[in-house]
Design a protein around this ligand. Structure first.
Ligand SMILES: [Zn+2]
Length: 398
């Protein structure tokens, strides 16, 4: 009897050990993630990190994650990564989806294959220092990371090597020459002929002149996009600047207002136009992004924002980069997302917000040769557009 019992337990033990062995090296990757895993292996190999998850085991699967979580790494045997299916499907429909997915998968693989923890410090310009940002919130800042262009290379370097030096883009010393720009369009709002947008009232808004400024009062709960449409679009290859001053004395401190500019085709339905934006709020936060993306690139704390005062926002587009200024202080640079010639320049108004605007000005590098007559012949057409959503979705935690 005892021998049978003993045999029985040995059998159970053998089955258990066999199962554990198979289980510990299980390799099961949802096909949605295979390309990103391969990229991670390639980027690692290029930096001297060799992985063989097929041999060591790895599980990457979709799940339903709670608490606004996009991805989760379970330190089990083998290590198991879960990605929230709803979030993945949501970002799939927007521009930049591939980079957003890579960011998410690389972050989780940073936990899973590199053993990295969260790192929530920032670079000099306010960008998150690492793709490994996440976990417990810092100063209630969103996890949006500007994982694009030259930043992508830095973030991948930093992922595989924590001691990667601070990148050039994080330096707050302006690296370009902003002289030599000549005025192309200007509105000073000192008289009706300088008001641009049609003065008057309808069910959605009131536009008036008030002491040399344009006053725009929104009566709706959506965001207003208010554009000047250039008859001759500015070439995407040219260098230009665009600026305006804003006064938003009342309203919720978290409401964003600011500059918008981009290429908009005439038959656009207005939902996902690749319009660049640069907005601020009275929590001294600055946001940059493009409306075709799921969310803003990143959220920055900027002490140069004057709360409840007048703020001048200005961008220089030089080469492929946009340089952002608040009250003449250089704060950030990032690649322009738009790829076509830019015909719409304007501003965004928060829901139910009242903005006072002044000194609308577009300048172009080296355009001083254009005669005053030509400038006058350039027609502006003024448009208003309301949007339900202005990239409100934050990047989820990971
Ligand atoms: Zn994480």
């Amino acid at each position: 009897m005892s021998r049978i019992k003993s045999c029985f337990f040995t059998l159970i033990l053998v089955i258990f050990v066999l199962y554990s062995c198979i289980g510990s090296h299980e390799y099961k990757i949802d096909s949605a993630f295979t390309d990103y895993l391969q990229r991670f292996e390639n980027e690692g190999a290029a930096r001297g990190h060799v992985f063989d998850p097929k041999a060591t085991g790895l599980i990457m699967e979709f799940g339903t994650l709670s608490n606004n979580t996009a991805g989760l790494t379970h330190h089990e045997t083998p290590v198991r990564i879960q990605i929230d299916k709803t979030y993945w499907d949501d970002i799939t429909t927007s521009a930049g989806a591939d980079l957003m997915k890579e960011d998410l998968i690389f972050h989780e693989l940073g936990h899973a294959l590199l053993g990295r923890d969260h790192l929530n410090t920032t670079l000099e310009n306010g960008d998150w220092k690492s793709i490994m940002c996440g976990g417990d919130k810092v100063n209630d800042r969103s996890w949006n990371i500007n994982y694009r262009g030259e930043r992508r290379n830095y973030y991948v370097d930093e992922l595989f090597n924590k001691t990667t030096p601070a990148p050039d883009f994080s330096n707050l010393k302006l690296p370009v020459d902003t002289t030599g720009y000549s005025k192309l369009y200007q509105l000073n709002f000192d008289s009706p002929s300088q008001s641009g947008w049609k003065l008057g009232e309808d069910s959605q808004h009131i536009i008036s002149l008030d002491n040399g400024r344009l006053r725009f009062q929104s009566k709706i709960d959506q965001v207003f996009l208010v554009f000047a449409n250039l008859q001759t679009a500015i070439s995407i290859n040219s260098d230009f600047s665009y600026e305006m001053t804003f006064f938003y004395p009342t309203g919720d401190a978290s409401n964003q207002y600011g500059l918008i500019f981009g290429p908009v085709v005439s038959d656009s339905t207005g939902t996902n136009d690749p319009v660049e934006y640069f907005s601020i709020n009275y929590n001294q936060k600055m946001y940059t992004g493009n409306r075709s993306w799921y969310s803003f690139y990143t959220e920055l704390n900027e002490s140069s924002i004057v709360n409840a005062g007048i703020n001048k926002l200005k961008v220089f587009k030089i080469g492929t980069l946009i340089y952002y200024f608040i009250n003449n202080v250089y704060c950030y640079c990032s690649e322009i997302e738009a790829t076509a010639n830019l015909n719409q320049f304007g501003f965004m108004v928060p829901p139910q917000g009242t903005l006072w605007l002044d000194n609308f000005k577009i300048s172009k590098k080296g355009s001083s040769g254009i005669s005053a007559k030509v400038k006058q012949n350039q027609q502006l057409e003024f448009k208003l557009q309301t949007v339900d959503k202005f990239n409100p979705g934050n990047i989820r935690n990971k």
